[in-house]
Design a protein around this ligand. Sequence first.
Ligand SMILES: Cc1cc2nc3c(=O)[nH]c(=O)nc-3n(C[C@H](O)[C@H](O)[C@H](O)COP(=O)(O)OP(=O)(O)OC[C@H]3O[C@@H](n4cnc5c(N)ncnc54)[C@H](O)[C@@H]3O)c2cc1C
Ligand code: SF4
Ligand code: SF4
Ligand code: SF4
Length: 397
Amino acid sequence: MPQLASKETCTGCAACGNICPHDAITLRPNEEGFLQPSINPEKCVECKLCEKACPIVNGKDLKHPEVTQVYALWDNRTRTESSSGGAFSAFARNVLDKGGVVFGAAWTDEFTCGHIECTSPKELSRLRGSKYVQSDINNTFKAAKAALTEGKPVLFTGTPCQIAGLRSFLLKPYPNLLTIDIVCHGVPSNVLFKNYISKLKAEYPQYRDATGFSFRNLKGWGLQPAVRLQDKSMKHLSGIPNLYMHGFNRGMIFRESCYDCHFNGLSRVGDLTIADFWGLGRQGTPFSHNQTQGVSLVLANSEAGRQALGELKDCFIEPRAVEEAIPYNHNLVASTKLSPDRETLIAAFNNPELTLKEISNSFHLTNKTLKGRIKSLLKKSGLFWPVKSLIEKIRAL
Ligand SMILES: Cc1cc2nc3c(=O)[nH]c(=O)nc-3n(C[C@H](O)[C@H](O)[C@H](O)COP(=O)(O)OP(=O)(O)OC[C@H]3O[C@@H](n4cnc5c(N)ncnc54)[C@H](O)[C@@H]3O)c2cc1C
Ligand code: SF4
Ligand code: SF4
Ligand code: SF4
């Protein structure tokens, strides 16, 4: 039988499942809810292609040389609909304009995140917005290969381990492929997220008819989780109903591989890297533009990435020092620290007998620092964004 990555190191990238020519590999949720390959010995012919495609097992160095500068960027057309500055949409639009195909993470049902293929600008809105859940790759590596073989320009976006999985799966470089990895702190499972939603609906009548979820603020830059109700209105979450994000922000509910991630650092697997440019202008050269609507951090890691950046239209782009990007974005260069309570907290979220209140009481997840309490008060009073904007203006003086 082939030897794939262990439970601790497997990222769930699905390269093995996509490459198996005999359909012998199925990715199933493990006991914590994370997708893990399982091999059907009756179908497996021991060709070992899956070992060759696994970026953890094959040991291939897929990383581009370290960048020496980064960019602050926003897309004038989609900045307010995106998680940070809309860098993803700007690159994606350019690929679609050339008759290409874009792959990325969408909600594939109300509360499940999975990768999909987009061929029109209208469909891109499904990919916009960070979903803080591990996206299921499904068969998108196969679909990307089919488009690449037809000679279409292809943009594939995802977490760095997913980009490593795709490039490993392809077995050779394609000149018509552009990849974007996101700076990534780690991912919880779709299973845990759905279990949290079930508890939320059962325990809080105001969220009972939830039909969707948004992790980011739609009017400003930052996190502001909200539930979409049947009448399409958005209802914000705070305190115990927001327990998923409390676990997430403390880095306690991620996949095991995320705590020793092979794909962070300034040497990256994607042609481009995008993230939130937290800390922009706080040291070195001041940044004199308004940041409250979001600014993307962009790294152009390869020739293909630099070319794509040069082709962007309708964007603000300013080169910045690499050192500026690191202090406020720890996960650009390092993994999230493993919490001793990770396993028990994941088990608690997945236990149908436990309520959110009971979990909160056991793990003290909603305790806030003074800074956190002030932020909450400002958000509730509607003063958060005016105050933030004023602080940014003072900083830029
Ligand atoms: C799991 C996760 C971890 C993150 N960790 C960090 C971090 O540590 N530091 C930081 O600065 N920013 C982090 N981000 C935010 C990310 O950097 C921004 O989403 C990114 O900069 C895109 O910004 P944009 O304005 O171009 O956004 P958008 O238009 O909102 O971009 C959406 C893009 O993100 C992709 N995407 C969304 N959800 C997922 C997902 N679950 N899995 C894979 N791809 C997804 C989409 O495919 C699309 O390409 C994280 C996002 C996710 C989803
Ligand atoms: S060894 Fe070959 S047939 Fe067996 S699971 Fe791997 S890819 Fe499939
Ligand atoms: S290819 Fe990806 S999903 Fe398959 S074993 Fe390796 S890391 Fe896990
Ligand atoms: S932290 Fe690393 S292993 Fe975890 S999802 Fe992100 S890229 Fe993959």
